[in-house]
Design a binder for this molecule. Structure first.
Ligand SMILES: [Zn+2]
Length: 353
């Protein structure tokens, strides 16, 4: 009997331990970051160990990507004036595939416990190239056990898209479809940046919403996050934005599409006043499974600047239900990226040489 009781005790102890292990990171931290850049437009940034310090006791998990584009330092354009950002020079941007190896090596330098807190993403492909999907598969098989998704990568982005050397990206390019198909087949989360509208829309210009929806509908098996809900520094919400977005929630053909509310430039629209907070909170409270928090910080210097966007959202956090707040901060991240980890590892195992 004594043996039996100690056996029961042992089993409870073990399963209790397994359970707490499973959700240890989830329980211990306040928020997960679904949109984070370790490096900038000239491929410089912070070391992942420094990023862990900055995440501190606040941020439990984060995606990990650089920026797929490199700003060329053209001496003929700017001389000794070395650009650090895409607006600093007229010289072009080009796709910098080495970012994937760099991000993988940063991840590999972590301990097993630390690795659990990151979801590295592949970004170093040209979305107009029919060979882009081959690059993604090659990265996965070169660095198995590392990546959970692709992106943030960009199709339409103010001032950026037109600066990229070579063919202009398009939502209608079959190369983009082959990338989405590859991600769906492997189980990779897709984080896509595509402005919802043109930077300075006119009466005669169209927005990108219909083409975005068509693209997403063509790939119902993909796990998609539309970065910044299509908004940006000068990309304002379109007329009747809430109504235009409703289709994403009503149409089962778009139920695989989620939205991140990352970037201070997006937060500024949402927390502009009580009305904007209430409108957005009502949508998120109604569809709490569809939104993720992200910072969109690029190589932050310290925790205070890293968490600036998180703090900006205080009025929104206060306006959400407990359930919605929990899902936007952590629950949806865990669900999407845990599913991706499982599927991508299985694909890697099935396809290794
Ligand atoms: Zn970003």
């Amino acid at each position: 009997m004594k043996k039996f009781i100690s056996l029961i005790f042992f089993v409870v102890l073990i399963t209790g331990d397994l359970y707490s292990q499973k959700d240890e990171i989830y329980d211990k931290y306040e928020v997960f970051d679904s949109h984070f850049h370790l490096t900038n437009y000239i491929q410089k940034g912070i070391d992942v160990h420094r990023f862990l310090e900055i995440m501190g006791d606040k941020v439990g998990r984060s995606v990990l990507f650089g920026i797929p584009l490199q700003q060329q330092w053209s001496y003929m354009n700017s001389g000794e004036d070395a650009p650090k950002y895409y607006l600093d020079s007229d010289a072009p941007l080009y796709y910098y595939s080495f970012t994937d190896a760099y991000i993988a090596m940063q991840y590999i330098s972590l301990t097993d416990e630390e690795k659990k807190r990151f979801d590295p993403m592949i970004t170093g492909f040209n979305p107009t190239d029919m060979y882009a999907a081959d690059h993604i598969r090659r990265v996965l098989l070169t660095f198995p056990g590392v990546f959970s998704g692709i992106g943030e990568f960009t199709i339409h982005k103010e001032f950026v898209s037109s600066k990229i050397a070579g063919e202009i990206a398009s939502l209608k390019n079959p190369a983009l479809d082959s990338i989405f198909s590859c991600a769906a087949e492997v189980g990779l989360v897709i984080i896509l940046h595509n402005d919802i509208n043109k930077p300075f829309p006119k009466a005669y210009t169209g927005n990108y919403l219909a083409d975005v929806k068509d693209l997403f509908r063509r790939h119902p098996d993909a796990s998609i996050i539309w970065a910044h809900c299509g908004l940006g520094r000068i990309i304002q919400p379109i007329k009747d934005m809430a109504a235009s977005m409703q289709e994403f929630f009503d149409d089962p053909g778009l139920s695989h599409v989620n939205f991140d509310i990352s970037w201070d430039e997006v937060a500024k629209y949402i927390v502009r006043n009580d009305t904007t907070v209430q409108v957005v909170a009502a949508i998120i409270n109604k569809y709490p499974d569809r939104f993720l928090f992200g910072t969109d910080e690029v190589a932050p210097a310290n925790q205070e600047s890293y968490l600036k966007v998180y703090r900006m959202y205080d009025p929104l956090w206060n306006a959400l239900t407990d359930d919605a707040r929990e899902k936007v901060r952590k629950g949806n991240y865990k669900r999407l990226f845990d599913a991706a980890r499982t599927k991508v590892r299985a694909w890697e195992n099935a396809n290794k040489n």
